[in-house]
Design a protein around this ligand. Sequence first.
Ligand code: PRX
Length: 641
Amino acid sequence: MQKKVIKKGRIYWPGKEIKKNAWVNSDKIYSKADKNPIKFWEDCAKELEWKIKWKKSYKEKIPFFKWFIGGKINICYNAIDRHLKNKSDKTALIWIPEPVNEKPIKITYKELHKQVCKTANLLKKFKVKKGDVVSIYLPMIPEVVIFMLACARIGAIHSVVFSAFSSDALKTRIKDNKAKLLITADGYYRKDKQEDLKKKIREAIKKTSIKNTIFVKRFDKRAKLNKKEFWYDEELKQVKEECLAKAFDSETPLFLLYTSGTTGKPKGIVHETGGYAVQAYKSTQLNFNIHDDDVMWCTADVGWVTGHTYMCYGPLLNGSTSIIYEGMINFPNPGRCWKIVQEHKVSVFYTAPTAIRMFKLWGEKWPEKYNLKSLKILGTVGEPIDYSTWEWYFKHIGHKKCPVIDTWWQTETGATLINSLPGIGPFIPSVSGKSFPGTKHTIMNEQGKLIKKGEGYLVQLSPFAPGMLRTIWKNKKAYKEKYWIFNNKLKQFYITGDAAEIDKKGYIRILGRTDDVMKVAGHRISTAEMEDAIINHKSISEAAVVSKPDKIKGEVPIAFVKSNQKINENEIIKLVVDKIGPIARPSEIYFVNDLPKTRSGKIMRRVLKTLLKNEELGELSTLVNPESVEEIKNAINSKKI
Ligand code: PRX
């Protein structure tokens, strides 16, 4: 039998069968796109339906750029209506609830269309207009996709907030974008328990711009609502089924997604419509080799960009079937994912390295219980994947026949940018691959010069990918400073915030963040945001949070605090969990008399990181208080014992 994936040394290549079924199977796609990247993206855009074709494809004036200028498009129309002619009875979404006694629900394109149109009319009833921000704080239920698409249909901007984020985190986001309407649910199921959301929500919207709240009913019992709170199902009975999808200017904002940066406050990343639609569509098609019979399962929560692009928009723009699941990957047992793959014949499985490390820890006995033959492509995203985790995934989930596509991208980039394509390869454990056709990434050194080979800061060159962010919500200054300025100079390239290594063929290995952003279990967390939360304690005068490598989660946050009184660790944990959510819970806390600082008073987080890793400290002459180092070293060592 022809091998589907061929191994040569430590590198894997697609076999004949994969090549034959792939949308692209020759390197020529890269050279052709390289010669004229704008033409490449124009050709991709032509595969979608535009009400009015663009007049100019691309324009840039760094740090700003635009795509498909003058073009008018509706992304919701492209994700649903466009498929009604040929695929109206095809399943668009499969929802898998957590409680085992609840059956999965399949929603066809026709049904999705009806529901989205009605929901769009409901938004209008609540006076939502083009350009208004709608805050969505929903768990993993189909309504989250329905509301996102309904917003897109009428030109409203959705701001989805991860439903495990705290009340405070939701409030901060609403305060920034001044949303008037909040879409949420009475709760969700997690580990067979009902997680009530109402209290959290009511707390979050106090003293904000929110005027009305719509609740999706998840639990059987209808809770009592207040005056400005409405049940989605009841409201829906009062609206019409027809809702025209008006086409909007390509550069119309589509969504805001808040992410952690280097300050204490999350920033609202702004994505616009046309360019994002094109890149979400093309990257899903090429990376995951999406054809009509494919079922795609991106396990990310919709509160993260991965869920936006590869659970919602990407699969639907391709007329494919997408899976949404509620609950956890290991409940009721660690075989849950594989049971879902078997039952729903999942062909594309896309997850984070942390999840794969957990699967590995739970053992191959779980995937072995199920038939995983439907799988064709495996994807990974969100953090570096190490060699052995990659190999385990390839062997025990993909049975050595599925290419493992390691996709690098960010909330800011909207869609994947660096990875190998399944019909071309190569698939190299721990190397993401080349820049996606039509895009170019390279390395900048410490002096701010671009280099073609070696290690340094990962940057993207012009023309900037169509799905990239356009700005930070109401903060152009932060946008410019964060992504375009290096050593006080405005650069002609986008600075990703990651370190990477590139070889002469253009293969890129991601090394990790260069700023104070951590990736904890693939979730992006800002050390500054955590420090801000901790400093709120009246007895704490200073705090520094750094990451420490972790076998499962990749990295975990460690807090160093200086306080004038003895305090309980739980008080600190509560501050962080209340401000951000349980994902940011510090895994260790050290109480210290002093933190290592420079003469100008800057905390040397690098020293703390090095101490945690038990590595050589190197040059310490810039420290004003070197004695603090010894104390911290002792504290760390005593905890180890
Ligand atoms: O550091 C990179 C890491 O995740 C960061 C972006 O995080 P976020 O905005 O939350 O988006 C994650 C999902 C797209 C990047 O700056 N990262 C993302 N993908 C990879 C990765 N690190 C290594 N390998 C990847 N494949």
